[in-house]
Design a protein around this ligand. Structure first.
Ligand code: SF4
Ligand code: SF4
Length: 151
């Protein structure tokens, strides 16, 4: 029997991760790329099925990842030193949000399963659920596009 412990680096403090580890922490769910509605009275946030125009909705990948700050000033560029101010805009399942709060990653996270497809199989990907904002018509009722299962 081996007495070695797997290096589960993703359980280390966020500020100690290197750049590659930081990127791997993302589960690729795409939820943070969805447009949100905010209740003016309660401040409650609702995720809609409408994705940023730069999101490739088929593969759930940003089409301009390296230039996303310039292309989309509203993009959430999450870093170790700004994560606290981002929390309210991130879904409860977001790996950065969970780790910043000392929580473990979900069992379906690719770092736990070794299989990125688990994210979709477990219902946490926006793949096949989101539409690009570029495909919206003019008379859209945004409230009808709220995804009630994304919190
Ligand atoms: S919500 Fe978090 S884990 Fe999901 S894609 Fe966005 S940054 Fe990655
Ligand atoms: S610019 Fe890219 S990473 Fe930012 S919200 Fe749009 S698709 Fe997502």
């Amino acid at each position: 029997m081996s007495n070695t412990t797997p290096d589960r680096w993703w359980l280390k403090p966020l500020e100690t991760l290197d750049a590659g580890q930081w990127e791997q922490l993302c589960d690729g769910c795409g939820k943070c790329c969805l447009h949100k509605l905010q209740d003016e009275e309660t401040d409650e946030l609702y995720f809609t099925a409408v994705a940023c125009r730069f999101l490739g909705t088929e593969k759930v990948r940003c089409k301009c990842y390296k230039e996303r700050a310039e292309k989309n000033p509203d993009c959430l560029i999450i870093k170790p030193d700004n994560i606290e101010s981002m929390l309210e805009w991130l879904p409860q399942t977001c790996a950065y949000r969970l780790r910043s709060q000392g929580m473990p990653l979900p069992v379906w996270h690719p770092l736990n399963t070794g299989d990125a497809d688990h994210v979709e199989r477990c219902g946490h990907s926006i793949r096949h659920r989101a539409i690009s904002e570029d495909e919206l018509g003019d008379d859209v009722d945004w409230e009808e596009l709220i995804l009630v299962d994304i919190l």
